[in-house]
Write a protein that binds this ligand. Sequence first.
Ligand code: ADP
Length: 220
Amino acid sequence: VPRRDGGSVAVIGLGRFGSAVATSLLHLGHEVLGVDENPDIVQRWADRLTHVVQADSTSTEALRQLGLDDSAHAVVGIGTDIEASVLTVLALEELGVPDIWAKATSIKHGRILERTGAHHVVYPEAAMGERVAHMVTGKMIDFIEFDDGFAIAKTQAPREAAGKTLSESALRTRYGITIVGLKRGRNDFAYARADTLVEDGDVLIVSGPTTLVEKFAAIS
Ligand code: ADP
């Protein structure tokens, strides 16, 4: 029975995305095995990750020799070289890695990765581009959309809510959104309650269906 160590994660392709994933995993307390074919990249990360090895990840045998068949999780950060990305996911699937994450650079790339055996496909550039669009064009300070049409946003309190408690302004019944939290100046965020008084300049955390959150953030 292979030892599927829940704490250890393989990150393949230590470019901008892969190295960011690897660094965060390390901060979260996980052991990280980094794999890259570029010796300069391996050198750069050698003393920062738990283990870093130089290998061509498109080779199932090479990955097996590195013990990847014992990994509980693998993240493929190769993006530019689509062929290498797809073959790496295929190799991980052949080794029976139970939780494969892969970065896609386009919808078509992502569809191939899903068919090849990736359990989770992420589109970091498309997702960040969409978030930035929300922030550039509206009053949203931050925006996160979940894949089921539900979003959470950080936005300036609308003028009509100022000087009233949340129950008085009745934002939920009028806009179909829920105020989750509120921040005033340098204070910490506080959970929103019915009797929370909103003041001009307050920052709100708003949740709800994406379209309603967008509409709410557009009023001033
Ligand atoms: P980013 O845009 O996140 O920087 P890149 O696609 O530019 O992503 O970087 C991917 C990394 O994956 C590079 O460091 C590259 O050396 C590595 N890589 C590409 N192909 C292979 C492969 N076959 N085996 C191992 N590493 C690879």
